[in-house]
Design a protein. Structure first.
Length: 327
């Protein structure tokens, strides 16, 4: 029997057209002069992922935190942050929410897109991004994963980066990675097309419930504990053109991050609205840490890990990557 995860926010076929939809015109935001001190661009389009990482985005919308800053924020769902890169480059979306930092640090280094982090969204936390295997699998722990087929959402990215580091620390061999979107991981695991999946919440809890899958590696194990994973990313061009809008967005999302960090109930309330999971399921999932402030020191940890695994060819200055509004 093929398992279909109930919280799936979009069918796989739909995701192949996401970039085209974004480029077709989800922009068209109203702009104001900003002469009275308000944001120059009042309507901000955010490409958002169906992950626990972006709970603060929806908290900010629900609680009117963007509205208080003079912004109207609308969300365009995407399944992978890389799908929204062309739209971000063309200015058809203004921000990517839940953007994994590996992709965007690479884009900045290569010069393909001058990206900037408006705010951190999620840091690694216990059991919010685990490696799962079927209940009857012979894989018992990290050392059994060497040479095995492991599904990740995107190849050569945050999941393989962190898992490689954890396995290296444990003295284990590396697996063979297969790219499988999060919503499809249950199907490929059940059919035996992969030996394990590296799943993030809320997909992780659904897989454990529906397939009785079990955890063999906590994705927050050393040396990746508390590592910055994703956030709210825009471009240098957007910041230069709309500095007051960028600052307003940052203030609102920071206020929402504070709420998410202190009030799990607020996160649980937000999750069913954009992940399609049920309230009872929201109460059961492992959540990331929601940092109230972005940290150059923490981002440096990620950059150093990427350098060690040759996902970056040179050091990036984390302070230059993190957006700081003019005082």
């Amino acid at each position: 029997m093929r398992v279909q995860l109930r919280f799936r926010s979009a069918k796989l076929a739909a995701t192949t057209t996401v970039t085209a939809v974004l480029l077709a015109g989800c922009g068209g935001s109203e702009e104001a002069s900003g002469a009275r001190g308000g944001p120059e661009k009042k309507t901000i389009t955010v490409a958002g992922l169906p992950l626990a990482d972006v709970a603060a985005l929806h908290i900010a919308i629900d609680r009117g935190l963007f509205e208080k800053e003079g912004l109207n924020v609308r969300v365009q769902p995407v399944q992978q942050s890389v799908q929204a890169l062309p739209a971000l480059a063309h200015g058809q979306v203004d921000v990517i929410g839940g953007a994994n930092f590996v992709t965007f640090l690479q884009a900045r280094e290569k010069g393909t897109l001058a990206t900037r982090v408006l705010a951190e969204g999620a840091r690694n936390a216990p059991h919010m991004m685990d490696v799962l295997v079927p209940a009857d699998s012979k894989i018992k722990g990290p050392r059994d994963l060497g040479g095995k087929k492991v599904a990740v959402n995107i190849l050569n990215n945050i999941q393989s980066l962190t898992l490689n580091a954890v396995l290296g620390k444990a003295g284990a061999g590396l697996p063979e990675y297969r790219q499988v979107p999060f919503p499809q991981m249950g199907s490929v695991l059940e059919r035996g097309q992969v030996d394990a999946v590296h799943a993030a919440e809320p997909f992780l809890t659904a897989l454990k419930r529906e397939l009785k899958a079990r955890t063999v590696v906590d994705g927050n194990a050393a040396p990746t504990a508390g590592l910055p994973l994703s956030g709210y990313v825009t471009t240098d061009t957007f910041i230069e053109k709309y500095p007051k809008s960028a600052a307003a967005f940052q203030r609102a999302i920071t206020a929402a991050q504070v709420v998410a960090a202190k009030d799990r109930g607020a996160v649980e309330k937000a999750l069913p609205g954009y992940t399609k999971i049920k309230p009872a399921e929201a109460a059961a999932i492992g959540l990331p840490d929601y940092p109230a402030t972005s940290s150059a020191a923490q981002l440096k940890r990620l950059i150093s890990l990427m350098r060690a695994q040759k996902l970056l060819t040179k050091d990036l200055d984390p302070a230059a990557v993190l957006y700081q509004p003019a005082r």
